[in-house]
Ligand binder design. Sequence first.
Ligand code: PLP
Length: 398
Amino acid sequence: MQVPPFSLSKQLSDLGNDLDAAALRVLRSGQYIGGQEVKDFEESFAANVGVPYVVGCNSGTDALILGLRALEIGVGDEVITCSFSFFATAEAISAVGAKPVFVEVDPSTFLIDLDQLEDAITKNTKAILPVHLFGYPVNMERILCIAEKYGLKVIEDCAQASGAKWSGRDVGSWGDVGCFSFFPTKNLGAAGDAGAVVTKDGDLAKKIRELAVHGMSRRYVHTDLGYNSRLDALQAAILNIKLPHLSNWVANRALVAERYIELLKNLPGLELPHIDFDKSIQHGWNQFVVKVIDFPEKEYLVAETIQPESHDSSGYLLRNSVRSWLQENLKKQGINTIIYYPIPIHLQPAYKNLGYQVGSLPVTESICSQVLSLPIFPEISLEQQKHVVKTLRELMTQ
Ligand SMILES: *Cc1c(COP(=O)(O)O)cnc(C)c1O
């Protein structure tokens, strides 16, 4: 049985006709940039998140850059975030000229460690950029409390967390800005790159909109150096079809996650993701991430089946041989898993200049050596999930 890490096929067969019609409508309208589809999407997404303003843009990365720029974060400023995330989180901070400062993550939630956050604040700190990683919302009440105490801005990286809620309120509606990605594998995916910035602040929304169109405040008057980062009409039309299904999809993801947790419990060598039974917290479950504990006694299995481990270009050793062995053997049974993320951002070659070394963030580094994302998408079948669990159980108790 084949189990892909992610699949759109059921979604495409359910919504195919509507998506075809929407795409064709835009194609034949001749209105490709801006227009009603974009307006409609911005309005519905605003209502969905529970904020007054949404500005569509090119990607989640651009959403972060636009948010940071609109908050006037730039050269000389420090932005606190975590190193266990997709590279774009930190890259956006660097793109505006500021410096990313990494705080450890909590080993069970994978989210920024709020007990260590204040220690990272310096006189140059301008903002906190929490990441709702894998769809799990950060405790935004505590983030806002710290931000208020030190006069910091808050930029939420909601790229993986469309539909997630903290304390009954959508992610993105807490900070100064919330930045979403509609990359096809995210909870709400377009048919290509797309993103959005959400905010409660009308002036900020205006600024973001200007920056997304070359810093243009009036026709051909450029008050700032901006970007070309608009949401395409075609993508907006696709998103307009999909948005009404988002909450159902997220609910299904949560069911899939609960099922995994039930089926995988008491399996030695696997640590399951943290789950909240607090109804005011909605995990977005963009990924279902387990930790594979490296058992020395399994080394003999590993030696037979996989290539010797190698150093990547940063000199960072990917240590977990059991994980590689497990991944390889799952694949032989048709189960495709992914490692999000094998190398923490602070050890990426591009960030050599920041001065971090192996050992700088031990919790983050150890997590990177253990995590494995199991297949999850709203329409994964019970049979597929059972196949994953059965295979894992056989391998881990071998
Ligand atoms: C996907 C992602 C981004 C970037 O979004 P794009 O739309 O791919 O530019 C940023 N942060 C996180 C955590 C992501 O997962």
